[in-house]
Design a protein around this ligand. Structure first.
Ligand code: TXA
Ligand code: MG
Length: 326
């Protein structure tokens, strides 16, 4: 069902965003598929944010070289509150700008039923309540939080029409809902509220001045202590335990992050990312298994080699960061 890997080459399915087609899209999402949807900012590539495999399929379809965290879309602020912790600043911005082109990065709720891959293993989550009627109907019908990055291949500009999406992602998507051109045509503004001072991570559809009118001055963009893109921090999501890469044997004091049909025997604990050697499946388990091994009581984590192509590149990128000296 999901995306690029398992489906044979086929022409993209583009349907007008009528209620019955939105209902079909909701079923696809509940089954773990990928749907491109218009929003007021840009088209998003949506999947059930609680489904690790579906979220991994987003990364596969976009061919992202690393796991950038994704925005989770919700129908309203009350539901958003189940997934993130809103302080007074977050509540104020949500009240003023939602539904709309503003994304808030807040601490993730511990019990939130969200894929760890959505947050790229971070303890924070980016939340947005879109104003557009198509994602609103879609979320109402499918009843799931929707992870959705812009619906373009990595490195290309964000799509603002269904045609852009089908040119860029085509057959990697189960269904493209055509709701016409996006009214704003620019991505949402991303504000990080996880630090003491609010920080503008990405300018977008809501002007900085409007946000500063609510909160006072924001910090802007990059700073070395709190990087804009968590993926750029060398030790971004690092486990507590030391990590040994490219392991082809394993000791009884080591927890093995395995890959493929024949992992070496004798580890303290073994979790296999994909016995079948499927990189999309491996990505879907990656952050979860790394955390579990970190808490297994072993003295070290040993990670088997992962092929350096497709999602393997993103997994290796994260493994190298996690193994970097601190
Ligand atoms: O308008 C939009 O925001 C569109 C529509 C579809 O909603 N989505 C979009 O998603 O532009 P994407 O993945 O292309 O951009 C999301 C941005 C990235 O810059 C990402 O690094 C940042 O949000 N982001 C997401 N989660 C984050 C987190 N936990 N911490 C910091 N930045 C985060
Ligand atoms: Mg994007």
């Amino acid at each position: 069902m999901t995306g690029s890997k398992t489906s044979p080459v086929r022409p993209p399915r583009v349907l007008p965003a009528t209620l019955s087609n939105i209902a079909e899209a909701a079923i696809i999402l509940r089954q773990g598929g990928l749907v491109a949807m218009p929003t007021e900012t840009v088209y998003g590539l949506a999947a059930d944010a609680g489904d690790d495999a579906a979220v991994a399929a987003i990364f596969a379809a976009k061919e992202r070289p690393s796991f950038n965290p994704l925005i989770v879309h919700l129908p309203n602020a009350a539901i958003a509150d189940r997934f993130g912790c809103f302080d007074a600043r977050a509540a104020r911005l949500a009240q003023r700008f939602w539904p709309g082109a503003l994304t808030l990065v807040v601490p993730r709720r511990q019990q939130a039923r969200l894929s760890l891959l959505v947050s790229a293993g971070l303890d924070t989550v980016a939340l947005r309540v879109p104003a557009h009627t198509v994602p609103q109907s879609l979320m109402r019908l499918c009843g799931r939080p929707l992870a959705a990055p812009s619906a373009n291949r990595s490195g290309l500009v964000s799509p603002t029409t269904a045609g852009h999406v089908s040119d860029s992602l085509g057959a990697a998507v189960d269904l493209i809902l055509d709701g016409g051109p996006c009214p704003i045509g620019l991505e949402s503004t991303v504000v990080d509220l996880t630090g003491p001072v609010a920080r503008l991570l990405r300018p977008g559809g809501v002007a900085l001045e409007q946000i500063e009118a609510e909160l006072g001055p924001l910090e802007i963009g990059d700073d070395t202590a709190r990087p804009v893109s968590p993926g750029q921090l060398p030790t971004h999501y690092a486990p507590e335990l030391p990590l040994r890469l490219d392991a082809t044997f394993v000791g009884p004091e080591e927890a093995l992050l395995a890959f493929g049909p024949s992992p070496p025997a004798g580890a303290h604990t073994t979790l296999n990312l994909s016995a079948a050697g499927d990189l999309t499946e491996a990505a879907s388990h990656f952050f979860d298994y790394l955390r579990k091994l970190d808490q297994s009581g072993a003295q070290r984590i040993a990670a088997m080699p992962i092929p350096e192509h497709g999602l393997g590149r993103a997994i290796n990128d994260r493994l190298r960061r996690a193994a970097a000296p601190r």
